[in-house]
Write a protein of this length. Structure first.
Lengths: 320, 273, 326
């Protein structure tokens, strides 16, 4: 891709402090997102993927590093520039219950962005736009003046998507967009998001613990472990040729809905526990659970480097 | 589970009915043929009759009319001081909760200090110096009753601030004012309503105590606390004089408390889901 | 000979909006040393069905309106509280999704596990502790002796779930009900716990009733699968029959709805619409409104369970063609 990246994330850091304990939720993360791309971020709970996403788009302040959106520092945008940025970058949240203000009706919820940015000049135009958005995400216009608690999880997630689309965004941060939903509803939302990618020309950062889903939708996947990127590569390659031992274990741990495949699979069952992000060991964070661990791994932290064209991994195995 | 909710709806209905009667009585007190302060020594200490429904007191004043006017005082003090303290408390809580750590800490310590002050004594002292009237009573009572609301609102604001829908709104580009007026106020309203109902009850109690001690509404104007104090002298000979205002205070306060409790259950979003 | 025979079980929940018919005429068997999976989406009645085997229906506000559950020749649904107490933990035990709420946070692990022995077996405290240590070792907790003295919050999520499994297996129950045992866990930890459950089943010869929404988990573990939808069983059979010869359109739709790790990125199959309300469940097939093959007949009358093989049952009037692989 020869285009200018939409987002350039450079050595981004985000720490949380409670008392004397500092949790390094995101600890030096570098990656780019190109226009039209779907970048997936996977990792287990506590690996910092949600914090990473929210810090990248500026919902959280950063503690180090830099995020550039179209060449401008996201955390320094003010005034009109900030307002324009807010319209271009939107978020879909995980919990369709917590992310909608239960005291507003669907029309008010969806129109919030229109109202904040004064994108419509008359009541009739506002109503027209809201109805158009509802149709776009597959909601029936009869729900216009109903309240979120009258809707099921999948429908609420559609309301959240319509709210984000109201301001004509270029980029959507999807933070576990389907993990609160039932299987048959998950597929509906995923298909909707993928359709919108085509029709609206959207770019996504897709954060999820569900590698099967991320692989299904993403062009490129970033694997995080304890606040750091351990591997980043095209989606197909990650499953075909995972480089990092953690990625290998992660892939082998995911159950596949096919009994024959399951019977013939060799599982790498990880032993040991994930270290706490507030008390990280020296060296590679995965060393304690890795079957290929060497003395070097415990002493020296591996850097993210190219192991194949377009395929990055942070592991000493590939740098002897 | 089912039984308790049945009892609750019954007590709620009774409370609402009682409050409606008292409010109506207070509003329509002027329709009574008697002047509540008109002394008529010829007809003192009369028993309840068709002419005097609750009888008359030691000055021959119609007791029913005085109860109605007393209700007017109690309810207006309750409602007005509730309005003042809730408005101020909510604003204070929102400002404190949505400000930075330092401002929040200073504002909350001030609340702690006010809550540590023996408020009733101060209210009495202030009422003595300020020449007690309806307005001063309302002001002094609300001066010492907004802190509870402020604390509740601040706690809610702090938890709301982290909620996804507030983040979503910020992500849409909303400013502080937008978030406060479009989201915060609506979402704290249910707990504020519960606090408001309970604060009416406690304001009525404070007012009655003040009047009973003679620091509230000045005689000869009727107030339930004042009537109770007056009836005290005749407690052995004419105990019924204490029963009317006493029951009124008791039932009104009880009704507001029942209403508050029911509101808490009704407005709880969990019970609706 | 089956360990459990569940026949015609119906469970209702009275709510202020009306009666929720959570489980309707459910019948299936659990064989000895068999892992049966109850699969379905939230609200399909799978958890409610499973809890009735532990006698927890009333506790959560439900009412069994018909049916029997036969275990060792007795209908356990007619048990009184005393009989239930003797049965729970001893004959059947349950593990839940959230291990933290299943453990008492103020009590040491050792004591919580030993509790089970003191309820059901007349043994001394030191004996009970020794047995608890054995159990912790069995579920793979490092330093079991030391772990006995620790509190639940000192363990990670995966380790807590192991403790809960140890507690459940303490009295060697014939049936272990696992209600979404790994949903709250990370995939790498999930793999550990599932492996543990399979290993323990081989060793202890117990049966497992696994409740889950994740077909992937089921594929590697269950011998038999029961698919539930809107309170009824729509299809049941052996794991291979369900995965490779699924005849109900809901089962097949469910299989195609989740992306597979080894699949290519094609458009996902969706089941449009939503499950019906269970307050006034439809009289006909509950899936009819979302089914592409539904006819008038489907909406009018609930289809009968049709046997298509000795172990395979389908509740559908217009079954999918045999041999359609997902």
């Amino acid at each position: 891709m020869n285009q200018q990246p939409l987002f350039q994330v450079k050595d981004l850091k985000k720490y949380f402090q409670s008392g004397k304990v500092v949790t390094k939720a995101v600890d030096g993360v570098t990656f780019d997102i190109y226009p039209g791309e779907v970048v997936g971020v996977v990792g287990e709970s506590g690996c910092g993927k949600t914090t990473c996403g929210r810090t990248v788009i500026g919902l959280y302040d950063k503690d180090g590093g830099e995020v550039l959106y179209k060449g401008k520092d996201v955390h320094r945008l003010r005034g009109a520039e900030y307002s324009a940025y807010c319209r271009e970058v939107q978020t879909i949240f995980q919990d369709p219950y917590a992310s909608l203000d239960s005291r507003n009706d669907v029309c008010t919820l969806i129109a919030e962005g229109l109202d904040i940015h004064k994108l419509v000049s008359s009541k009739a135009e506002r109503l027209e736009k809201v109805k158009e958005l509802m149709a776009k995400v597959g909601l029936h216009a009869s729900g216009l003046h109903r309240y979120p608690h009258e809707f099921s999880g999948g429908m609420r997630q559609r309301i959240g998507i319509a709210r984000a689309l109201a301001v004509d965004p270029k980029f959507l941060l999807c933070d576990e967009p389907i993990s609160a939903l039932d299987v048959s509803i998950q597929a509906q939302i995923i298909n909707l998001l993928m359709d919108l990618r085509e029709t609206e020309g959207l770019t996504y950062l897709m954060i999820s613990h569900d590698l099967s889903m991320v692989k299904h939708v993403s062009d490129r996947i970033i694997v995080m472990y304890l606040g750091k990127i351990v591997e980043s590569c095209p989606a197909e390659e990650l499953y075909e040729q995972p480089a990092h031992p953690y990625t290998k274990a992660l892939i082998s741990a995911i159950p596949i809905a096919d009994p024959e495949v399951e019977r013939s699979r060799q599982r790498i069952i990880l032993t040991g526990q994930v270290p706490s992000p507030s008390n990280k060991p020296k060296g590679c964070a995965f060393a304690g659970r890795c079957q290929y661990v060497t003395e070097r791994c415990r002493q020296e932290e591996p850097e993210l480097r190219e192991v194949a064209p377009g395929h990055l991994a942070a592991c000493h195995l590939y740098n002897r | 589970m089912k039984k308790t909710s049945k009892i609750m709806t019954l007590s709620l209905k009774l409370s609402l009915a009682f409050l409606a009667i008292v409010t109506l009585g207070a509003l329509l007190a002027g329709l009574s043929p008697y002047d509540p302060n008109q002394v008529d020594l010829l007809s003192k200490f009369q028993d309840p009759s068709g002419a005097h429904w609750f009888g008359t007191d030691n000055f021959g004043r119609d007791y029913f009319t005085r109860i109605l006017y007393g209700g007017r005082v109690s309810l207006s003090v309750g409602a007005l001081s509730m309005l003042v303290s809730i408005t101020f408390g909510t604003l204070y809580g929102i400002v404190s909760g949505s400000s930075g750590r330092f401002v929040d800490a200073v504002m909350m310590r001030f609340v702690d200090i006010l809550m540590a002050v023996p408020s009733f004594l101060l209210i009495i002292t202030m009422n003595v110096y300020l020449n007690a009237s309806l307005a001063t009573t309302v002001l002094t009572i609300s001066l010492f009753s907004w802190m509870g609301v402020a604390r509740i609102v601040r706690a809610e604001v702090l938890s709301l601030r982290e909620r996804d829908f507030i983040l979503a709104s910020r992500g849409l580009g909303a400013g502080k004012g937008w978030i406060i007026f479009r989201h915060m106020i609506k979402n704290v309203s249910s707990s504020v309503m519960v606090a408001a109902t309970n604060s009416i009850a406690s304001a009525i109690l404070t007012e009655s105590s003040l009047s009973y001690l003679g620091f509230g509404i000045k005689i000869p104007n009727a107030s339930w606390g004042g009537m109770l104090e007056n009836a005290q002298t005749y407690i052995l000979t004419k105990p019924i004089l204490a029963v009317y205002p006493g029951l009124c205070i008791l039932l009104t306060v009880l009704s507001f408390n029942v209403l508050g409790n029911s509101l808490r259950t009704i407005l709880d979003p969990k019970s609706r889901r | 000979m089956s360990l459990y025979e569940i026949r015609d079980l119906s469970i209702e929940f009275p709510t202020h909006l009306g009666t929720v018919h959570a489980v309707r005429n459910v019948s299936f068997d659990i064989g000895e040393n068999e892992c049966v999976a109850l699969v379905g989406e939230s609200g399909c009645g799978k958890s409610v069905t499973a809890r009735s085997l532990i006698g927890l229906t009333e506790v959560v506000g439900g009412k069994v309106t018909s049916g029997t559950v036969t275990f060792e020749g007795e209908n356990i649904l007619s048990y009184n509280e005393k009989q239930w107490q003797n049965y729970r933990g001893n004959k059947a035990a349950i593990i839940f999704q959230d291990a933290m709420t299943a453990l008492n946070p103020t009590m040491r692990i050792g004591k919580q596990i030993a509790e089970c022995f003191t309820f059901h077996q007349n043994i001394s405290r030191s004996e009970a502790e020794a047995k608890a240590e054995e159990l912790l070792e069995m579920v793979g907790i490092p330093n079991p002796r030391e772990a006995l003295r620790r509190y639940p919050h000192e363990f990670s999520g995966g380790m807590r779930q192991r403790v809960v499994i140890a507690q459940a297996l303490a009295c060697r129950p014939s049936l272990l009900v696992a209600d979404e045992p790994t949903t709250a866990l990370d995939v790498t930890i999930q793999a550990q716990i599932l492996r543990l459950l399979v290993d323990l089943k081989e060793k202890e010869k117990n049966s497992i009733l696994l409740i889950t929404h994740d077909l992937g988990v089921v594929a590697g573990m269950a011998q038999k699968i029961v698919v539930m939808y809107a309170g009824t069983i729509v299809e049941m059979g052996t794991t291979d029959e369900i995965f490779y010869h699924g005849r109900h359109h809901y089962t097949n739709g469910l299989k195609e709805a989740s992306p597979r790790l080894d699949g290519k990125g094609k458009r996902l199959h969706t089941i449009e619409g939503m499950p019906p309300e269970l307050i006034n469940p439809p009289t006909g097939c509950p899936f009819a409104d979302r089914c592409a093959h539904a006819t008038e007949e489907c909406r009018e009358k609930m289809p009968e369970m049709t046997q298509v093989s000795p172990t395979h049952f389908v509740r559908c009037l217009h079954m999918a063609e045999e041999g359609g692989r997902a």
